[in-house]
Design a protein around this ligand. Structure first.
Ligand code: CAA
Length: 416
């Protein structure tokens, strides 16, 4: 919004918008149909220096932080939701390194990620461990100065395209709180195999694969942070950092769909006038625009909290992810409605926005999980509200005195 952005924010927006309008938009439908990774788009994003945005200058990045990352993701997703995640998933895959990596690990991999040469993937989910991420079963056994990984991962976005995989595996099955560790696995490691490639409803230009580890041996120096047992915390912290990025993808999708709906309803004539002249259509568009802006502001609140180094970001990260992605589903569906029958057809670009939006309510934690994270934070906050108790009458005050006596007698009777 005018006045709240820095010149740096505008510069990142314009840089991303140029790539989105000149390179991504003309190619979006082609790669959606082909369900192929668009290497030419990856190259254009890398050439524009956009992969540098979330990485510190010390590691070859631009120190743009979460706010500028979200601005870039929104712009790319406005043109294509698939490209939005193709880009943002590299932030997800590199956040474990950023939040938990040793200095040596950061120096080794972050500069190549900032150049777009190394693409990353985040291997947490398994067939039997989706929302219940802590139930994962992939094993990593220590063997001298190596770890041997065996197991299978599900829903690996960027699987096969990425060169670096952050893999969460059980290193101590007997421990409750230190069961899981994170390991960095390079693509050419023997024993790392890419199996099923999913045929998806949306985000079709980015691969989602099953990844199998058959006695896949990695050096112990690839243990994230150099300590066993910190994997689950690293995963949770990573998701706190990454969820505003998914939310920004959703804002971009919703904004892009809204713009196409505005254009189309201004052009389409029925009953002798543009359909945008009908008040019902104006109200629909007004509601869509309001929800998009509310989502954007919540995303920026979360991003600014991350950039300020706030430690209690889980709640606001979950809020923006949940609200913005529900908004994207609602707004893209309404945008299809604005196009009438044409909106349902693949000749028009709008149905792709609706297909791309759906996954944002599911991945990086379903919106049911986001509500659980928010509710848990709220329940903790309720403890600090004890001083307000005296303003809420106790239920007994509303009970009829005779009834109270009868209840007391019944209670006493039950006790004897
Ligand atoms: N930051 C740091 N630590 C955290 C944390 C956070 N945000 N959240 C939890 N923890 C810690 C807790 O403090 C606790 O530590 P102790 O054991 O030392 O007490 C530990 O982690 C366990 O926490 P919980 O008891 O809260 O864990 P839980 O089993 O109840 O699960 C959950 C919590 C929020 C439901 C979690 O399992 C979760 O986020 N699930 C969703 C997983 C998810 O988002 N998956 C998507 C993967 S990415 C993807 O979609 C694919 C892709 O490629 C895009």
């Amino acid at each position: 919004m005018q006045g709240t952005w820095t010149p740096e924010n505008y510069a990142w927006r314009d840089r991303a918008r140029k790539v989105a309008d000149e390179v991504i938009r003309p190619l979006a439908a082609k790669y959606d149909r082909a369900q192929e990774y668009p290497w030419e788009i990856r190259d254009a994003i890398a050439k524009a220096g956009l992969f540098q945005v979330w990485i510190d200058k010390a590691y070859g990045g631009a120190s743009g932080g979460a706010m500028n990352l979200c601005i870039v993701v929104e712009e790319l997703s406005r043109a294509c939701g698939g490209v939005g995640v193709l880009f943002a998933v590299n932030a997800l895959g590199s956040f474990p390194l950023i939040v938990g990596g040793t200095e040596e690990q950061k120096k080794r991999w972050l500069p190549e990620i900032a150049q777009g040469k190394t693409l990353t993937a985040f291997c947490l989910s398994e067939k039997l461990a989706g929302s219940d991420a802590g139930a994962l079963m992939t094993r990593a056994r220590r063997d001298g100065d190596t770890f041997i990984i065996s197991g299978e991962k599900k829903w690996t976005t960027n699987g096969g395209a990425a060169n670096l995989y952050t893999v969460f595996a059980v290193t101590d099955p007997r421990s409750r709180s230190k069961r899981i560790s994170a390991l960095l696995v390079e693509k050419d490691t023997p024993g790392l195999e890419f199996t099923k490639e999913e045929d998806k409803m949306g985000i079709r230009c980015v691969p989602v694969r099953e990844v199998r580890f058959r006695d896949c041996r990695v050096p112990a120096s690839n243990l994230l942070g150099g300590h066993e047992g910190h994997g689950f915390r690293h995963a949770m912290k990573t998701l706190d950092c990454a969820r505003p990025g998914v939310a920004a993808q959703a804002v971009g999708l919703a904004q892009g769909a809204l713009e196409l709906a505005l254009l189309y309803t201004g052009r389409r004539k029925q009953f002798g006038q543009s359909v945008i002249q009908f008040q019902a259509m104006q109200h629909k568009l007004a509601d869509m625009a309001t929800r998009v802006e509310a989502s954007r502001q919540l995303v920026h609140t979360a991003a600014r909290a991350l950039d300020a180094g706030a430690t209690d970001v889980s709640r606001v990260a979950a809020m923006c992810k949940c609200f913005a992605t529900d908004t994207a589903m609602e707004v893209t569906t309404q945008a299809v409605q604005c196009f009438g029958g044409y909106g349902y057809m693949r000749d028009y670009p709008i149905e792709k926005y609706m297909r791309d939006a759906k996954i944002t309510q599911i991945y990086e934690g379903t919106n049911e999980i986001q509500r659980l994270v928010i509710a848990r934070a709220l329940m903790k906050e309720a403890v600090g509200l004890d001083h307000l108790n005296r303003f809420i009458p106790q239920e007994e005050q509303f009970v009829d005195p005779e009834m109270r006596e009868a209840l007391a007698e019944a209670k006493a009777g039950a006790a004897t």
